[in-house]
Structure formats: structure tokens, C-alpha cells
Design a protein around this ligand. Sequence first.
Ligand SMILES: [Zn+2]
Length: 88
Amino acid sequence: MIRRPWYRSKTSPASCREVGRVLQHYLDSEMDPEWAARVTEHLEACKDCGLEEETYREIKSSLARRQPSATDDAVARLREFGRSLTDD
Ligand SMILES: [Zn+2]
């Protein structure tokens, strides 16, 4: 958990758990702008969630190219990440 610049932030930061939950909507631009800004802020500061964002983007672009077999590993990693968020 990275806490560095949060205490200076006007709005309360998104947590890793929250980001993990909404990341897919965020990348599909299905979030209100205020929330999206909090997620953006988190992704810039948090390496773990930044990696998850990259993974989602890989999946989306793979699907767009109709190469779903290339996403199997990425999907497995995401499921693992989701479990790690709900276990703690
Ligand atoms: Zn995070």
C-alpha cells in the first residue's frame, strides 16, 4: 500500500481494492469523471494497480484483434489479483 502523496490530496484517494473493482469500467470510460480522476491518480502512484491496468489494456487490444488465446495468461493473472483483494 503506497501512501505517499495522498495526505495532500483534496479528494480521498481510491484504494487498491476500489481500483481493482472498477478498473474495467474505468478503461471502458463508464465512470463519472470525478471517480475516474481518483483512479488515474492511484494508477500513477501505485505500481501494482498500474500493472493491472496494463494487463486490462492488453486483454482489450487482444480481443479487438480477435486473438483471445493470447489473453489466457492475463485473465488468469487478473483472477488471481481479484482473489488477493478479497482475501485480506
Ligand atoms: Zn493500488
